[in-house]
Ligand binder design. Structure first.
Ligand code: PLP
Length: 230
């Protein structure tokens, strides 16, 4: 199926059930992104700052760019003028930096807090204790130019559906608990981003209302080979 057909059929499934599609366009060309754009898609996810900046500059300005990869504090300045949402907030340090640069640009930047749910040491994100500690932190609570919209998580890369379902269930319970305890009066705390191409049906079953799909939209990613500098 073409990219356009993929977008159309995904939106037919997801829109009626209130699930927002982020088309993950990392490694994909501007032409491929434009094919999705012309099919009506406006929300795109990238995991690298430089790649996102280049695509932002080249592509239509009504695209909403979501950063979904780990963000280093020293790179916040490059995306602060335009990023629509940072889904991968994983420290107090980086969220303070996002707030600082958002203030400079007179913006409020939407953020999701990334939670470490996978059974893998390599993935970024808060554990439960770290999350609660930050939510209680007075410095954090005083930040005016970020808006915490919800939580994001990446499940373990496994064929074992039981493990994946448990991780998504755990994240949904955490989302409900954090909402009740810290964001009860804030309707804007409304987003639970979980699920990728291999597991988004399980994520939706467990309560996701945002999914991040790369290969389901664009086809498999080809691994890039970089020349070693001589
Ligand atoms: C690459 C990526 C995705 C999309 O992966 P697919 O398997 O291609 O759907 C989703 N979320 C994050 C954080 C990613 O880095």
């Amino acid at each position: 199926m073409s990219i356009a057909a993929n977008i159309e059929s995904l939106q037919i499934d997801l829109k009626p059930i209130g699930v927002t599609l982020i088309a993950v366009s990392k490694t994909k060309s501007n032409e491929e992104i434009m094919e999705a754009y012309d099919a009506g898609q406006r929300l795109f996810g990238e995991n690298l700052v430089q790649e996102m900046v280049e695509k932002y500059e080249a592509l239509p300005k009504d695209i909403e760019w979501h950063l979904i990869g780990h963000l280093q504090s020293n790179k916040v300045k490059y995306i602060a003028p335009f990023v629509s949402m940072v889904q991968s907030v994983d420290s107090l340090k980086v969220v303070k930096e996002i707030n600082k640069h958002a203030t400079k640009h007179n913006r409020v930047i939407d953020c999701l807090l990334q939670i470490h749910i996978a059974d893998e040491a390599t993935k970024f994100g808060f554990d439960h204790a770290e999350l609660i500690e930050m939510l209680r932190d007075e410095d954090f609570q005083s930040l005016q130019n970020i808006r915490i919209r919800g939580l994001m998580g990446i499940a373990t890369n496994t064929e074992n559906e039981k493990v994946i379902k448990e991780e998504f269930y755990e994240l949904k319970m955490l989302f409900d608990g954090v909402k009740a305890s810290f964001f009860r009066k804030e309707d804007s705390f409304d987003t639970l981003s979980m699920g990728m191409s291999s597991d988004y049906n399980l994520a939706i079953e467990k309560g996701a209302n945002m999914v991040r799909l790369g290969s389901t939209v664009f086809g498999k990613r080809v691994i890039k080979h970089y020349k070693v500098k001589e």
